[in-house]
Write a protein of this length. Structure first.
Ligand code: GLC
Ligand code: CA
Length: 554
């Protein structure tokens, strides 16, 4: 594996709308991000991924872009963006933007022109089909519910949208579309961007010609995955994109890739892969059900361990995974991977260490470093997330009561991650002086950045230590490039592994509230990190305390 500039970095995802509001309108913005760069630098972050801040009707919170060359006025101006790039550079940091090119917004100029003249140039930027009364072109269900076909306003045609109807899919088969995408990527890279996170990219290749699949719910529709599993040849698009854009700039790219087959991993993230890296979603997708969120299976500690090790084994030293505990599409990791009654600083730190020490590039999602938790949701009216609103209906249709359906939504809603960042215990958690666009999690008085700043035992301080360890010249090589070998793999509620390089490290997490004993094969040399003040030990036998995590040098 060829070494790359970004391998030893630590990345951080910002959801701009909820990070920091500089002008009191209740919406986070780019000047707000600039004012918090020192906070991120203090944490040890090198790469910052911004969720979309381009002009957008915000039907899917910015993942519906109406202009790829500008900044939404709610988030700031292009001058602000340029300043952010310059300020990041001063601090040795890199900015990634979100590349959302499976679809654009129905308010994008291309789509408007397609409506005006569906037979013209821009009609071919989208997937259009003639409208037939009482019949849809195909029976595919969109990710956010309902059929993927919608009437093309003012015409006798329909257009395809695998996400929301305000997100029409771009026709990647059309070389003109691809040219537009490459031009845009290069335009941003010329500005000094470090690279991109690449949204929903597995959807760009459709199985042609379109046809129906076996319905999988009462609605007579089928999951979009049925079509995607038949689509062949995405590599031609992705390879072309790499060669025409990222590669020329040695830019970093991380793909939102699901359902890749083991034999495809070298193509995706090998030495000349389509992307620098891709996210490991093995834990996030665990327990998913065709039926919907209401039928999801709860992930347990042994499942979590298995998912992580599976992903690690699958990738081996072919390339670098990007490891996450959560992102803007998922509930808070500490609420998902730790039983509610056990969610405390120790267990949060354990989860952090187990994930952070895996081989790959660690991504921290805003607030994760504080141990931010899911937000209590008591009624569907409070919910902003369009996928949660859809899943609420799916749950009701399946016969759940309103109370039960709200419970499902509370568990999995994307709003859980999107509540404002908790900066301090002042009004609105210090996020805004106005009215926040989404309600602040009431636990901000307890969980906030200011309270954790000078506390050496805070979750934030623990994250700082983890980051410092990754950067420590004595251990860096091993933490970044060392192999990963599971240890005591069959032990219940214990997740442990070796990282072996120039040094040998052993990461041990007691994934339960009860104590547990392990006997090391030999003496350890040094304790590099411990989420408890001490280690209870007799010879080589360690009595791990509840949710204790240790990083030992062996
Ligand atoms: C990705 C984004 C998600 C968005 C979807 C459609 O999954 O992360 O937030 O809704 O793509 O763009
Ligand atoms: Ca603002």
């Amino acid at each position: 594996m060829t070494k790359k500039w970004w391998h030893d970095k630590v990345a951080y995802q910002i959801y701009p709308k909820s990070f920091y509001d500089s002008n009191g309108d209740g919406i986070g913005d780019i000047p707000g991000i600039i004012s918090k760069l020192d906070y991120l630098q203090d944490l040890g972050v090198d790469i910052i991924w911004l969720s979309p801040c381009y002009p957008s009707p915000l039907a899917d919170e910015g993942y519906d872009i109406s202009d790829y060359y500008d900044i939404d006025p709610r988030f700031g101006t292009m001058e602000d963006m340029d300043l952010l790039l310059a300020e990041a550079k001063k601090r040795g940091m890199y900015i990634l933007m979100d590349l959302v090119v499976n679809h654009c917004s129905d308010e994008h100029e291309w789509f408007r022109k397609a409506c005006q003249d569906p037979e013209g140039k821009y009609g071919n930027f989208f997937y259009l089909r003639d409208k037939k009364e009482g019949e849809l072109p195909t029976n595919w269900r969109s990710y956010f519910g309902g059929p993927v076909w919608e009437d093309l306003p003012g015409t006798n045609k329909q257009y395809l949208h695998v996400f929301h109807k305000k997100q029409p899919d771009l026709n990647w088969e059309n070389p003109e579309v691809r040219e537009e995408v490459y031009k845009n990527i290069n335009w941003w890279l010329d500005k000094g961007l470090g690279g991109f996170r690449i949204d929903a990219i597995i959807n760009i290749k459709k199985a042609l010609p379109f046809h129906d699949y076996e319905p999988d719910r009462e609605d007579g529709l089928c999951t979009i995955k049925a079509m995607l599993s038949e689509a062949k040849g995405i590599g031609e698009f992705l390879g072309e994109m790499r060669d025409r854009t990222f590669k020329k700039y040695d830019a970093f790219s991380v793909g939102e890739v699901f359902d890749e087959k083991p034999e495809e991993i070298p193509d995706f993230i090998g030495d000349n892969g389509y992307f620098s890296s891709m996210f490991d979603f093995n834990e996030t997708i665990f327990g998913e059900s065709e039926k919907g969120w209401y039928d999801m299976k709860q992930i347990m500690p042994d499942d979590y361990k298995k998912c992580c090790f599976e992903a690690q084994a699958k990738v081996g030293d072919i390339g670098f995974l990007s490891n996450i505990i959560e992102n803007h599409d998922e509930p808070r990791g500490v609420s998902r991977y730790i039983p509610e009654e056990d969610c405390c600083p120790e267990s949060k730190k354990m989860l952090a260490a187990l994930n952070f020490m895996l081989r790959g590039l660690p991504f921290i999602y805003q607030g994760q470093e504080l141990g931010m938790e899911n937000v209590p949701i008591s009624s569907i009216e409070e919910v902003d997330d369009i996928s949660a609103i859809n899943e609420y209906q799916v749950a009701l249709d399946a016969g759940l009561s309103k109370e039960e359906a709200v419970k499902v939504i509370s568990r999995y809603s994307r709003d859980n991650a999107r509540t404002p960042m908790q900066w301090n215990d002042g009004a609105n958690a210090g996020f805004t002086t106005g009215t926040p666009w989404l309600k602040v999690n009431p636990n901000y008085t307890r969980i906030n950045a200011a309270a954790q700043a000078d506390d050496p035992h805070s979750v934030r301080s623990f994250y700082k230590q983890l980051i410092a360890l990754r950067k420590n010249p004595a251990y860096k090589e091993t933490v970044v490039y060392g192999t990963l070998e599971p240890a005591w793999e069959d032990r219940h509620n214990l997740m442990a592994y070796y990282r072996k390089g120039g040094k040998t490290l052993l990461v041990i997490g007691n994934y339960q509230k009860d104590g547990q004993e392990i006997t090391l094969p030999s003496e350890y040399r040094k304790v590099l990190l411990n989420n408890y003040p001490d280690i209870v030990q007799e010879d080589n036998t360690i009595h791990l305390q509840g949710y204790q995590v240790l990083i030992l040098e062996i």
